[in-house]
Write a protein that binds this ligand. Structure first.
Ligand SMILES: Nc1nc2c(ncn2[C@@H]2O[C@H](COP(=O)(O)OP(=O)(O)O)[C@@H](O)[C@H]2O)c(=O)[nH]1
Ligand SMILES: [Mg+2]
Length: 395
């Protein structure tokens, strides 16, 4: 194993250096902020120091990766920003430390100082397994996974493992089950018939519908070179229309404002030459039935190919359940989660997916248009849900 130290202006640059030098398989052991030595250093901006390691095998893999990478992903939504990869590497590093400590602790508690033999040893490993299961259950619940769901997945993982299974086997089994539950994300599909794909965004006020729509519009326009038309039915607030108009103006794409289902149909027919039509709607109060009837009519009139229910990861699970009830009139939709940058815990993603059975799609990770959007990365979410380290770890 080769360990190297890298110093750069910021983490992103440091990670880039690591990757250039050691390849993408390099393991980040530690990152920290440092200052230049001496008095001048006190006034300078801190630098980032990264300790990274790679073994021979990893490096070979990395260099093989590099040759293939240019053809690999055509996706517009950058799944693995350097910053995130770095966080994951640090977290992975921590989990192995936690695993080790856990094992030692459990062994101490269960065995004391006496050696275990025969049936006693079997009994003890069962207890050990139950102890691990409890730790994972607690982690899931503290990451805001619904306790019932957490219990189910932990029991399922435990039942698939032999009594002698250790914490890593439990983690792997649990990861598999959770990743399976999260399912494969589904994003906007291309329309093969040369017709535009019509996509409508619905969800509570302030979750980020308009911003997300602008991110998707910009990505389709700039990265995929597709023609895009925007429609807004959010006519409750003048500011909402202005917000979308501003994005449309910057991007140089048309926007239609519609007040009625008939106007919706009219606007869609005017965009028949476009590749993609994105429709914004107003958030509804789940206490106001009439508003939902209106929304229902607008969604029906849009004849949208795809409906995205936009939810914020900062919403409490209790509120979210109410929201889901209000939108239960939608027959087919996908889940789009926003504001993952504002919360370290993502239990709500699993809860909603589990409860609705609808596919995950994109997540948004900040306010920046068009960058802060990604296709859901199931592995990242799984790791977030299983780990207990996020809250005191890097955010
Ligand atoms: N931190 C963060 N803020 C976001 C994100 N997406 C949207 N926002 C912000 O949330 C606020 C409401 O967004 P908007 O698109 O107007 O929500 P809408 O009412 O659902 O259309 C704005 O200040 C956005 O910048 C995100 O992923 N992260
Ligand atoms: Mg809006």
């Amino acid at each position: 194993m080769k360990i190297r130290r890298y110093v750069a202006k910021n983490t992103q640059e440091a990670i880039l250096k690591v990757k250039m030098d050691l390849g993408s398989e390099a393991l980040i052991l530690n990152t920290r902020k440092i200052r230049k030595k001496g008095l001048l250093g006190l006034f300078s901006k801190p630098l980032t120091e990264v300790l990274a390691a790679v073994d021979e095998y990893g490096q070979k893999l990395a260099s093989a990766d590099k040759t293939g990478s240019s053809q690999s992903s055509m996706s517009n939504f950058v799944d693995d920003s350097d910053k995130k990869e770095e966080k994951i590497a640090i977290l992975e590093n921590r989990i192995s430390g936690i695993e080790e400590t856990l094992r030692e602790l459990c062994e101490k508690v269960l065995n004391g100082s006496r050696p275990t033999v025969g049936t006693e040893a079997v009994e003890d490993s069962k207890k050990l397994k139950a102890g691990f299961a409890e730790v994972f259950y607690n982690n899931l619940v503290s990451n805001e996974v619904d306790p019932e769901i957490a219990r189910k997945v932990v029991n399922a993982a435990a039942s698939r493992l032999p009594a002698s299974a250790g914490v890593s086997e439990m983690a792997a089994q649990l990861s598999g089950i959770i990743a399976g539950l999260l399912g494969k994300p589904e994003t906007i599909k291309e329309n093969s018939e040369g017709k535009p794909v019509t996509v409508i965004f619905v969800g509570p006020t302030g979750v980020g519908k308009t911003t997300t729509l602008a991110k998707i519009a910009a990505n389709y326009l700039l990265n995929r070179k597709k023609s895009v038309g925007l429609i807004t039915a959010d006519t409750y607030r003048i500011a909402a229309v202005e917000q979308l108009k501003t994005y449309a103006e910057i991007l140089g794409i048309p926007v239609s404002v519609v007040y009625t289902p008939a106007e919706m149909q009219e606007a869609i027919s005017q965009y028949s030459d476009k590749d993609l039509i994105l429709i914004d709607t107003a958030g509804r109060s789940h206490k106001n039935k009439a508003q939902f009837e209106e929304l229902k009519a607008l969604v029906a009139a849009s004849g949208a190919d795809e409906i995205y229910l936009v939810l914020s990861t900062t919403t409490s699970w209790k509120n979210c359940r109410e929201i889901l009830k209000s939108y239960s009139f939608l027959r087919d939709y996908k889940l789009l989660f926003t504001k993952t940058d504002e919360t370290p815990v993502l239990g709500i993603v699993l809860n909603v997916r589990y409860m609705t059975g609808k596919s995950l799609s994109y997540i948004t990770t900040g306010q920046s248009v068009p960058d802060d959007i990604e296709t859901v990365n199931v592995d990242k979410i799984t790791k977030n849900l299983i780990g207990s380290y996020l809250k005191d770890g890097p955010s």
